[in-house]
Each structure stands twice: as structure tokens, then as C-alpha cells.
Design a protein around this ligand. Structure first.
Ligand SMILES: Nc1nc2c(ncn2[C@@H]2O[C@H](COP(=O)(O)OP(=O)(O)OP(=O)(O)O)[C@@H](O)[C@H]2O)c(=O)[nH]1
Ligand SMILES: [Zn+2]
Length: 219
């Protein structure tokens, strides 16, 4: 149980429609106010919602951590952009679901530090070693905000699109039921193959390592 004196607070602010190539979502905006003296002042988080998700049935969901390089700049170093698109397409196909877009860039270390980590990876470190060399944890993310964000929509149970067992554990510990894991394997390529293999080997991601040369789009 989080002590309220140390818990960041989250305000629901507003919403608008968000047409995408696959469906017209509703985009909801939240603002997180962190504790004075700890971390940046405030952060804006988003939820994209489609259909009636507050009916008590498990909801197809993606909890996506910000990756500006992958989500916006088309980077092939990781699988984030393809996962974002794949998750939205799947929600659109089913006509019901939610994507939480959490502003914890670089597995929580921030954009500039992620670029520092990429530079270390160019010198031979893997994605985990690079974080450690910079003095960070391998994964510095926190999923606490998912609870109030989902409560805003009356969602208690997820069919979660992820390959990351730690994410499932973290949500479960927060009291969010994960009734099903839906694999999200997209866009393995020559640039992100080692990264994906390291995630499987060191972070426990549920994906089969590929050691031979890969072709674009291979799962
Ligand atoms: N520090 C660091 N962060 C990275 C690196 N590559 C991607 N990221 C960040 O990692 C986060 C996405 O992590 P993933 O492990 O792909 O996804 P996940 O959420 O853990 O697992 P899935 O649900 O299966 O996608 C985003 O915040 C990215 O910015 C890297 O090499 N170093
Ligand atoms: Zn990424």
C-alpha cells in the first residue's frame, strides 16, 4: 500500500476524439504531480480508449512506455514503434480496448540518458549493461499510475498485450487483474535483434531468441 504522503497525485484533465488510420479513439489527458523535491514537477500521461471499456468485462489493453525515438522518429533500434502501431490496430480490429501511454522514456531514465545508453551500446554494452554503467537500474519504470488511470474508466481486468513478465507482476501487485497475456511480437530486424535477445535473456521477456541473421519483419 502506498503512503499518501509519498505517492504522486494524478489529475484527470480532459478528453478529445483522436482519429487514427485504424479507428477513432477518445484521447484522455492526465497530469501527474510529483512530490516536491523528488523528480520533475509534473508529467502529462495519456490514455487512448475505444468502445465501452467500463462494462466489467476484461479489456484488451496496452501499457506503453514512451519511446520518442521508436514511437515518433521511426527508430529500428527497438520494437516500440511497431508495438504501438500493432496494439492500436488490434484494439481497432476488436473495436474495444485501451492504450495507456506512460511518459517514462528510456525505461524510466529519460531521453538524453537513453541516448547516452545507446552510445555505450555502440561501444559494445548491451541494453542492460549500458543502464548499469550509467548508474541506473536495468529497468527504472513504475506502473503505479496505471491504477488510477484505469479506475477513471472503471477497468479492473486486462487482456494485456505484452511480452514482459515484470509488467504483468507489477500490475498484479497493484491490484489490477491480468486475465490474459496477449503476445505482441513485431518488427524483429537486423538492428534490434541483439536488443530483443538481451531482453529475453536478461529481462525475462517472453520471446524466442534468434541467433541467425534475421530478415526484416521476422517474429
Ligand atoms: N534505457 C533504455 N531504454 C530503452 C532502450 N530501448 C528501448 N528503451 C525504452 O524501453 C521502453 C520500452 O521497453 P520494452 O522492454 O520494449 O517494452 P516493455 O514495455 O518492457 O515490454 P513489452 O510490453 O513486451 O513491450 C521505452 O521506455 C523505451 O524508451 C535502451 O536500449 N535503453
Ligand atoms: Zn523503443
Amino acid at each position: 500500500m502506498q503512503d499518501n504522503a509519498t505517492a504522486p497525485s494524478l489529475d484527470y484533465v480532459t478528453s478529445c476524439t483522436l482519429p487514427t488510420p485504424w479507428a477513432q479513439f477518445t484521447l484522455h489527458a492526465f497530469v501527474e504531480h510529483s512530490i516536491p523535491g523528488q523528480g520533475p514537477g509534473s508529467k502529462e500521461h495519456l490514455a487512448m480508449v475505444l468502445g465501452d471499456i467500463g462494462d466489467g468485462e476484461p479489456v484488451l489493453a496496452r501499457v506503453h512506455s514512451e519511446c520518442l525515438t521508436g514511437d515518433v522518429l521511426f527508430s529500428q533500434r527497438c520494437d516500440c514503434g511497431a508495438q504501438l502501431e500493432g496494439a492500436l490496430k488490434k484494439i481497432a480490429t476488436e473495436g474495444r480496448g485501451v492504450l495507456l501511454y506512460l511518459r517514462q522514456e528510456g525505461r524510466g531514465i529519460g531521453l538524453v540518458n537513453k541516448i547516452r545508453a545507446y552510445r555505450l551500446q555502440e561501444a559494445g554494452a548491451d541494453t542492460v549493461e549500458a543502464n548499469l554503467q550509467l548508474g541506473f537500474h536495468a529497468d527504472a519504470r513504475n506502473y503505479e499510475l496505471c491504477k488510477p488511470m484505469l479506475e477513471q474508466f472503471g477497468v479492473r481486468s486486462l487482456r494485456l498485450m505484452t511480452n514482459n513478465p515484470r509488467k504483468i507482476d507489477a500490475l498484479t501487485k497493484l491490484g489490477i487483474e491480468v486475465s490474459e497475456r496477449v503476445p505482441l511480437l513485431v518488427n524483429r530486424n537486423a538492428f534490434n535483434n541483439n536488443y530483443l535477445n538481451t531482453k529475453a535473456a536478461k529481462l525475462g521477456h517472453m520471446m524466442t531468441p534468434v541467433t541467425e541473421p534475421v530478415e526484416d519483419g521476422q517474429l
